[in-house]
Write a protein of this length. Sequence first.
Lengths: 231, 231
Amino acid sequence: MTIAIVGGTGPEGSGLALRWAGAGETIVIGSRDQKRAADKAAEIADRLAGRGSGPAAQISGERNPEACRSAEIVVITIPFQSHAEMLKQLKPVLHPGQILVDATVPLAASVGGRPTRTLGVWQGSAAEQAAELVGGGVAVVAAFHNLAADLLHQDGPVDCDVIVSSDQPEASKRVRNLARKIPGVRAIDGGKLENARIVEQITALLIGLNIRHKGHSGIRITGLPPAAYDI
Amino acid sequence: MTIAIVGGTGPEGSGLALRWAGAGETIVIGSRDQKRAADKAAEIADRLAGRGSGPAAQISGERNPEACRSAEIVVITIPFQSHAEMLKQLKPVLHPGQILVDATVPLAASVGGRPTRTLGVWQGSAAEQAAELVGGGVAVVAAFHNLAADLLHQDGPVDCDVIVSSDQPEASKRVRNLARKIPGVRAIDGGKLENARIVEQITALLIGLNIRHKGHSGIRITGLPPAAYDI
């Protein structure tokens, strides 16, 4: 299975790439610029090689459309101001059977506002905007919004749950399996894609807490039976 | 210090009353009906007496306006459909220096929709609606939305953080102190009242998780320095 990460040179995308490549997944970093993508892929491979455990990382870099073409799972980690434009660009290369994972948060910072506030998105959430833009056939899954990039780039487990929302249960399950490859993550079925409206907002709240309290906050969901944290 | 709980005969309000009366606070249960309020107060006092530890609970019942009149802290735990009407009724008895704690969540269930969805509130959140309705002088603090009533009614600590949002830092601090009297709760300064927009939404997400996974979910915020969980 190949995972393409659109915006994979950014802090969130490269953090996910680091974790998944470290877990043995095949990763293609996507960027607007092929060289930047390849450089970031080499940097991540070097970092993983430095740990000296396991086989060489399967990670390369391509321009975004090329990265997406043959990937089973495409993960979008880009600022909201590029979200709609990027999805329109990618639509011609996306195809039925692929899973599009959207981690985008419509922060007001996208339009010069505060990172602790969000924009109203007509469709309800960035993920629902993505679903409208890519059309049927591509399974859209919202996940990974609340995982701080700083934590992904550290060694060791992260202390955060990932709430996964999608209208396609099979795709949601595959993404939950992928989420669990990040040490420390418990992936929770968050139900329908519309619930991304709330999960996206939580990121703005966590950013506010990070600014106020100087931390790298995440969330854990308590009180669910053990099966809720499994497949 | 006296704490009035408007809607204190409901599951959330009576759960908070139980916890705070058990911690030695003086509680007045508020209800539309004086007898129902007094009966609920007696029921909580009996339950606490049954534990056989500490002095008798300081808890009584009054009609909502009488409950609020002499309380230093007024806590609103009512369904959103009654929120604006109740605050208009209470405005004449509320006075400067009081703290109004709003735990209301604008669930779509208030108007026949789903409990996993929320309504858009013109002011941004139920708490901001409350602030507009009661006017200046009364310090509005949003808190306790994410504490499941079922957990409050159980014995033992709850596994949930309380995010406290207010434009009045002193009032926020007093409410965080009150929140910490519930065993298991860590109270976190969530910043301005506008952040209640997100905290209120989280309840709808948790209700969805409870339905889907059959649990009594709550949230914990991870990754903040220890001081963030203290005053």
